[in-house]
Design a protein around this ligand. Structure first.
Ligand SMILES: Cc1cc2nc3c(=O)[nH]c(=O)nc-3n(C[C@H](O)[C@H](O)[C@H](O)COP(=O)(O)OP(=O)(O)OC[C@H]3O[C@@H](n4cnc5c(N)ncnc54)[C@H](O)[C@@H]3O)c2cc1C
Length: 249
C-alpha cells in the first residue's frame, strides 16, 4: 500500500503539467450486494479525497459505492512524455532481447530487471503468469468519471483517444488477441451500468497480458535488482516501487 500511496502523490504532482497526460478526475468504485469487495483501500486514500454515495446516487444494480479523486494516467500520452524527460536528462535507450541475466549483469554496474512476464523464462520463475485482459474502445467524450467494479470486473475509463470499456480477467491465458464474443459480454455489462454508452460508436478493441505474481518481486540479488510481477497494478505501484529500487542501488 505504501508503493501505491507514493505513486498517487507522484502522479498528482505530475498532473500539474498538462503535457504529462495525467489529470485528477472522479472515480466511482462500486460493489454489488454480497460481492465481498473489501473497503481496506479507503484508509490509504488522502484525507478529503473520498465520499460514500447516497442511495439515490448509486449506479444501477449496485449496493455500495464510493467517489474518490484519482489521477487518470493516459498511458498513450504519459509514456512518451516520460521517455522524453529521460532523454532530456541524458538517458539513452537501447532495445535488445536479454537471454542471459548473469551475462548482462557483468556488462553493467547495476541491472534493474523489469521484464514482467519475461521473467518467467529469464529468471526461471514459474510463479509469474499471465492474466489476460480484453477491452472495447468507444468514441471518446463520455462519461466524465472513471467507473470501477473490481468483482465482475467492469471498468469504464474516459481517455482522450477513446473510452475504454473493460474487461476480462483470464488467468493463464497467453493469447493476446481479442475474442468478439468476450467483447460483446464486456459491452453488455457496461451498457447495463451506463445505458448512454450504447450511443457511442465502437472504434476498436485491445487485449493485454497482466504479469501476475502472488507478490511483486522487488529485491536485490548481487548487482541485479528485480522489480516484476505487478499484475493489474503496474502503473498504480510504479513510482513507489521505483523509489524502493533506487534505495537498493
Ligand atoms: C486490460 C488491462 C488493463 C490494465 N489496467 C491497469 C490499470 O488500470 N492500472 C494499472 O496500474 N495497471 C493496469 N494494467 C496493468 C499494467 O499494464 C501492468 O501492470 C504493467 O504494464 C506492468 O509493467 P511492467 O513494466 O512490469 O511489465 P510490462 O509492461 O509487461 O513490460 C515488460 C517489458 O519487458 C520486456 N521484456 C520481457 N522480457 C524481456 C527480455 N528477455 N529481453 C528484453 N526485454 C524483455 C517486454 O517486451 C516488455 O516491454 C492493466 C493491464 C491490462 C492488460
Amino acid at each position: 500500500m505504501e508503493w501505491c500511496r507514493k505513486s498517487y502523490t507522484f502522479f498528482k504532482e505530475q498532473s500539474a503539467d498538462r503535457a504529462s497526460g495525467i489529470r485528477i478526475i472522479p472515480l466511482i468504485k462500486a460493489a454489488k450486494a454480497g460481492a465481498g469487495d473489501e473497503d481496506t483501500w479507503i484508509q490509504y486514500m488522502p484525507a478529503n479525497s473520498l465520499r460514500e454515495l447516497a442511495g439515490a446516487e448509486l449506479p444501477q444494480g449496485y449496493a455500495k459505492a464510493f467517489e474518490a479523486q484519482v489521477p487518470l494516467i493516459e498511458t498513450q500520452l504519459f509514456l512518451p512524455y516520460l521517455q522524453q524527460q529521460l532523454v532530456d536528462k541524458g538517458v539513452s535507450f537501447v532495445q535488445r532481447e536479454i537471454t542471459d541475466l548473469d551475462g548482462i549483469s557483468q556488462e553493467y554496474d547495476i541491472v534493474v530487471n523489469c521484464t514482467g512476464l519475461g521473467a518467467r523464462e529469464l529468471c526461471n520463475d514459474a510463479t509469474i503468469f499471465a492474466v489476460k485482459g480484453q477491452v472495447a474502445l468507444l468514441e471518446p467524450g463520455y462519461p466524465d468519471h472513471i467507473f470501477l467494479d473490481n468483482q465482475t470486473p467492469s471498468y469504464i475509463v474516459p481517455r482522450k483517444d477513446a473510452t475504454i470499456v473493460g474487461g476480462t480477467y483470464e488467468e493463464h491465458n497467453y493469447d493476446a488477441h481479442t475474442v468478439e464474443e468476450d467483447l460483446q459480454q464486456v459491452l453488455a455489462k457496461a451498457y447495463h451500468i451506463m445505458p448512454a454508452l450504447r450511443e457511442r460508436k465502437i472504434i476498436g478493441s485491445w487485449a493485454g497480458l497482466r504479469p501476475f505474481r502472488q507478490s511483486v518481486r522487488l529485491e536485490r540479488e548481487s548487482n541485479i535488482i528485480h522489480n516484476y510481477g505487478h499484475g493489474g497494478s503496474g502503473f498504480t505501484l510504479s513510482f513507489g516501487c521505483a523509489e524502493e529500487v533506487a534505495s537498493l542501488v
